[in-house]
Design a protein around this ligand. Structure first.
Ligand SMILES: NC(=O)c1ccc[n+]([C@@H]2O[C@H](COP(=O)([O-])OP(=O)(O)OC[C@H]3O[C@@H](n4cnc5c(N)ncnc54)[C@H](OP(=O)(O)O)[C@@H]3O)[C@@H](O)[C@H]2O)c1
Length: 374
């Protein structure tokens, strides 16, 4: 028997909604339909609905959640609103794909995790880098034990998005609406990648920087103060005994490497070998594994195996899609598959809360200039 399509609503009609979530849902149009959108400004929601062929527009997110036609929601407003909307969506018994960070503090993210557990719906966090083929390959190699005892972790995420002081103030520059600056924004992804590959983090210590203290007011009223930091470094001790570092900066020039703004890399070093993943090479790893290679410091390029080139069951052709974007569209493949009971391989609200626990710990460590146990 043919199954009914999952009816999805989207809250927030900004950059990530148009770049990732709608293309991703359209990719899955065999099994879902997007029935409603809500944004802050109705004209924006109407324009978005027109562009993507969405039949219903709601003036506010509460209206969308009250819509009985909507079974599942994608939540992507500015981060300061995410937890409030997610809390209401859990109460309304919707399946949820929620943008990161799940909350601005661990307490609210943990409350959401527990509410989601009680509710029994699919509650996923959009930790998009879990879908990069090379990162999934690294996860497989870690799981197979090729690195021996994993001793050292290094993550970099560098970009120039906030380099220009003439870039107008956006919600990302405001702690009330964005939380812990680059640490909450790009850092929550990096923390999730670390947990995905190596497991939980036990303790942290770090430092942060804010370079541009005022930015032009987008409403045209001169300059307004900025308080969300653009740089953060932190050291971490993992529960499994590994140690490592995280380098996060969104105001540095020259790093990117593909004509795209984001440079992201992970290094894993162990007693049996090492690997380097770079987002600019989403279909390969650099590896040095086993005595034959490591004794003489040999490195090789290892192509991602065919079965990992896309998420299982994804209708994409990974060789045709934009390599820096296509993997993100597999998020909805996982979300909808989970609703249909076909997969449990996705980042959950537990992962969202655990990432936020680390963010809060780093914030305390930075403020008090000490190590913090988690
Ligand atoms: N997973 C990833 O890789 C990734 C990447 C980028 C962003 N994100 C996350 O996605 C979220 C959105 O980021 P973005 O870059 O798309 O931001 P954005 O371009 O500023 O879009 C935010 C959208 O939310 C709408 N909005 C604001 N207040 C609202 C309200 N009260 N009710 C409903 N909608 C409201 C805005 O509408 P108006 O224009 O009318 O104000 C806008 O359409 C953030 O949490 C961010 O961290 C994740």
């Amino acid at each position: 028997m043919r199954r009914a399509k999952i009816r999805v609503g989207i809250i927030g009609a900004g950059r990530i909604a148009g770049l990732v979530h709608l293309p991703s849902l359209k990719l899955c149009s065999e099994i879902c339909e997007v029935v409603a959108v809500a944004s802050r400004r109705e004209e924006r929601a109407r324009a978005f609905a027109g562009e993507w062929g969405i039949p219903r527009v709601h003036n506010d997110w509460q209206g969308l959640l009250a819509d009985p036609e909507v079974e599942a929601v994608v939540i992507c407003p500015p981060s300061g609103l995410t937890a409030t909307v997610a809390r209401a969506a859990v109460a309304a018994k919707k399946h949820i794909l929620c943008e990161k960070p799940l909350g601005l503090q661990y307490a609210e993210a943990r409350e959401l995790e527990l509410a989601a557990e009680r509710g029994g719906m699919v509650c996923m966090v959009a930790f998009t880098f879990r879908f990069v083929p090379a990162l999934r390959y690294l996860k497989r190699l870690v799981g197979e034990g090729h690195f021996g005892e994993i001793r050292h972790w290094r993550l970099s995420h560098l970009t120039d998005l906030m380099l220009d002081p003439a870039t107008p103030m956006v919600w990302r520059n405001d702690r009330k609406r964005a939380g812990a600056g680059v640490l909450a924004d790009m850092g929550s992804h990096g923390i999730d990648s670390a947990r995905y590959l190596l497991g939980d983090i036990a303790a942290v210590s770090g430092a942060n920087r804010l370079y541009v203290r005022e930015r032009p007011d987008p409403a045209g009223g001169g300059r307004v103060p900025v308080d969300a930091e653009d740089a953060c470094v932190f050291a971490a001790e993992f529960v499994n005994g590994a140690i490592g570092t995280f380098d996060l900066n969104r105001a540095v020039a020259g790093r990117g490497g593909s004509g795209r703004a984001n440079y992201q890399s992970v290094e894993i070093h162990g007693s049996g070998g090492a690997a380097i993943y770079e987002l600019i090479h989403p279909f390969e790893l650099q590896i040095s594994l086993g005595p034959a290679m490591t004794r003489t410091q040999q490195w090789a390029r290892a192509e991602v195996p065919f079965d990992l080139a896309k998420y299982p069951g994804s209708p994409r052709n990974p060789r045709m899609d934009d390599p820096f974007l296509g993997y993100k569209w597999d998020q909805e493949v996982a979300f909808l598959g989970a609703i249909r009971g076909e997969t449990q391989d996705y980042p959950t609200f537990h992962d969202g809360a655990e990432a936020q626990k680390v963010v809060d710990g780093v914030e305390t460590a930075v403020r008090e200039r000490r190590w913090v146990s988690l």
